[in-house]
Design a protein around this ligand. Structure first.
Ligand code: NAI
Length: 247
């Protein structure tokens, strides 16, 4: 058990990658806070964990783009488990359109969740990590944020910004004993890619040296590694988990 008794908040925990991560963190002995906006999906994930009698966890409905909501999530985590050791900023949304067709409201919404949400959650929890003299923050970027992607002005901007914040926080917080890293998933089999037409998926697979999309577990494994003591000297890293789609 690499994360015995570590208190871990995972945002977007009811989603494809988030819930894969929840199960892995629980298996590694962590106490996990499942934080998500989707109340009904969260309830069904909670039921699954209860049925499998999996570990110590708490579900919290949160909107990461709303600072008051994030503060309530943080308080619930600390009231229940005493502290916060690891934050996985995994919640994210897409609202794709070409630049010429993108509604300003959809541009802003993606920025609010994917960028401001990461800022909100990190600022809300980091004080607990500073008090402990240690902590791990794991952010989720995207290959779209590194290389750009047609139809994803808002999403690519938010995910590129996550890399900028990761490197900044790695510099600011390193001396406090806090490691800050980012995972860069490639195309991964979750609801986020179910809207992509099959023909496009086939052409994406053709571009990936490993010739398959990522699985939620592939990304969750990277989260667990970066949260573990095995990654104690990794700080400011941008870890691509994308099958080598672009290098
Ligand atoms: P998903 O759609 O399955 O899960 C995202 C979760 O975030 C959902 O459960 C949703 O309810 C939650 N969420 C959305 N808005 C929220 C808010 N305001 N507050 C709290 N929770 C909120 O998507 P997936 O694939 O599991 O995505 C996880 C992360 O991985 C995201 O940050 C995404 O951008 C990133 N990613 C995913 C890729 C993919 O191909 N699936 C590729 C690159 C990055």
């Amino acid at each position: 058990m690499r994360l015995k008794n570590k208190v871990v908040i995972i945002t977007g925990a009811a989603g494809g990658i988030g819930f894969a991560a929840v199960k892995k963190f629980v298996q590694e002995g962590a106490k996990v806070v499942l934080a998500d906006y989707d109340e009904s999906q969260l309830a069904s994930r909670e039921k699954e964990l209860q049925e499998k009698r999996m570990g110590d966890f708490l579900s919290v409905v949160v909107d990461v783009s709303d600072r008051n909501s994030v503060d309530r999530m943080t308080k619930a985590a600390v009231d229940t488990f005493g502290t916060i050791d690891v934050l996985v900023n995994n919640a994210g949304i897409t609202k794709d359109a070409l630049l010429t067709k993108m509604e300003p409201v959809d541009f802003q919404k993606v920025i609010d969740v994917n960028l401001t949400g990461v800022f909100n959650c990190t600022q809300a929890v980091v004080g607990h990590m500073i008090n402990n003299g240690k902590g791990k923050i794991i952010n989720t970027s995207s290959v779209s944020g590194v290389y750009g992607n047609i139809g994803q002005t808002n999403y690519a901007a938010s995910k590129a910004a996550v890399i900028g914040m990761t490197k900044t926080w790695a510099k600011e917080l390193g001396k406090k004993g806090i490691n800050v890293n980012a995972v860069v998933p490639g195309f991964t089999e979750t609801n986020m890619v179910t809207t992509v037409p099959a023909k496009v998926i086939e052409s994406i697979k053709g571009m990936i040296p490993l010739k398959r999309l990522g699985k939620p577990d592939d990304i969750a494994n990277a989260y667990v590694f970066l949260a573990s003591n095995e990654a104690d000297y990794i700080n400011g890293a941008i870890l691509h988990v994308d099958g080598g789609i672009a290098m």
